[in-house]
Write a new protein. Sequence first.
Length: 191
Amino acid sequence: MLQNLKYILLGSLLLAMAGCATSGRTSKDPGALKYPADISSIAIEGHKTYALQNDLLTLNHSSDEAEARRTAETALKASAFLAREYRLVRPPILHNLFVQMGLRDRGLCYHWTEDLMSYLDALQLRSFQLRWGVAHQGSDLREHNTVVITAHGQPFETGLVLDPWRHSGNLYWVIVKDDKYPWKELPREEW
């Protein structure tokens, strides 16, 4: 019984230290990397680019196809680049623990959001609008942050979640309302 209690306490401590985001989240992080760095040499699978491009185009059928392709390529390449830059440890929750312990500088979900947002923002999108999604805001253990992209002028709920944290740099995307997280839009002034 004592042995089981020890494992429960250790597990609880690890979870407490491994929360995706902390209430100290700030976009003015002094440890932030300087982005966007050149990611043109990053190799990505063509079928992923095509799939994401098509999903972006379904947000608004009058969206610019070339812009959707650039956006898809950038999101996929930046996610792969950031995984290397963060010296990622899998699974994401373990990497979070390394960040909390000071063994890694970046890689919490809000770091991914800040850095991916920088790459996408540099595209100066016209057909699409970048937004910051947050779920369980204020919870040290459950808060999660991500980029949400919508067709320009469309509601947040119709957007596409772009989440590189969830699968350790392998970009995951899904429509906001279809995701398991209860996403809310973080006002731009809070980025």
